[in-house]
Design a protein around this ligand. Structure first.
Ligand code: SAM
Length: 260
């Protein structure tokens, strides 16, 4: 059972704690934890998700930046059930917690200001994860899951969808948190695909940075330092189109060709 804890709420760490039991149970059901899963939670806070997860697991690893919250968890959960890393998840080495061949299942109700860099820090170690359930600001979830030709489609959509399958599971109202955030949250499920080598991913990031810095220009113009018009046409891409008209598959094709 969850013990009631009192702590100072630290805005700089994006602390909005989940307190709605129905929502917490809905999240746990979506994650579907199994007894032998290796779970790593980022930002357990007061344990709103940690305690219910532990009802299904033998042990959990957590990373919490706030020393007071870490020490509260340390006092209230038996050390055989939890490994607490009191540090910044942005500099965490995910490889250090891998046990044998077992992949990590990651969960995090992430602070909004660091959610995107943190997701990319995790995706740099893509192959270590079975899946990632993450709560982010709804607008970020919409961008991550966007199809091409939409206002929400951009660099983030392509960079993440090239590496993973991303699914938005449901929205969470500000009322589910204390203190109430100003924005709606969404729970997303990310499943790594591990389909692209490092050179292709570097090339993809490079191409995306270039073409989306000239978002209004035709793709043949944005890509002129990399490919001739003939090469672009040869890949089945319309030279007249704009960056947001190309599919994720088109960008993968371009990145592979550039590495060749
Ligand atoms: N999981 C809890 C819940 O749902 O109630 C807390 C969520 S709160 C939005 C975010 C948590 O992440 C806080 O406990 C905060 O201290 C922690 N945190 C913020 N930045 C962090 C970072 N860089 N590394 C690790 N934890 C961080």
């Amino acid at each position: 059972m969850q013990k009631k804890t009192k702590s100072i709420i630290r805005k700089r760490f994006g602390q909005n704690f989940l307190h709605d039991r129905n929502i917490i149970q809905k999240i746990i059901r979506s994650i579907n934890p199994k007894i032998n899963d290796h779970f790593l939670e980022i930002g357990p806070g007061q344990g709103a998700l940690t305690y219910p997860l532990l009802e299904h697991l033998k042990k959990i690893d957590v990373i919490e930046i706030d020393k007071d919250l870490s020490s509260q968890l340390d006092k209230s959960i038996h050390s055989k059930d939890i490994n607490i890393y009191c540090m910044d998840a942005l500099s965490f080495d995910f490889k250090s917690v891998v046990k044998g061949n077992k992949k990590i299942r990651l969960i995090g109700n992430l602070p909004y200001n660091i959610s995107t860099p943190l997701i990319f820090h995790m995706l740099n170690s893509n192959s270590l994860f079975e899946d990632l359930h993450i709560m982010v600001q709804k607008e970020v979830a919409d961008r991550m899951t966007s199809d091409d030709n939409k206002k929400t489609y951009g660099r983030l959509s392509i960079a993440i969808q090239a590496r993973c399958n991303v699914k938005k599971l449901f929205n969470i109202s500000p009322n589910a948190f204390f203190p109430k955030p100003k924005v709606i949250s969404s729970l997303i499920k990310i499943t790594p695909k591990n389909n692209l080598d490092e050179d292709t991913l570097d090339s993809l990031d490079d191409i995306l940075k270039t073409v989306f810095s000239k978002r209004r220009k035709k793709i043949s113009n944005g890509l002129k330092d990399y490919f001739s018009k003939e090469e672009i046409k040869g890949m089945g891409i319309d030279c007249e189109s704009r960056p947001e008209n190309l599919t994720v598959k088109d960008y993968i094709k371009l990145s592979k060709k550039r590495c060749f």
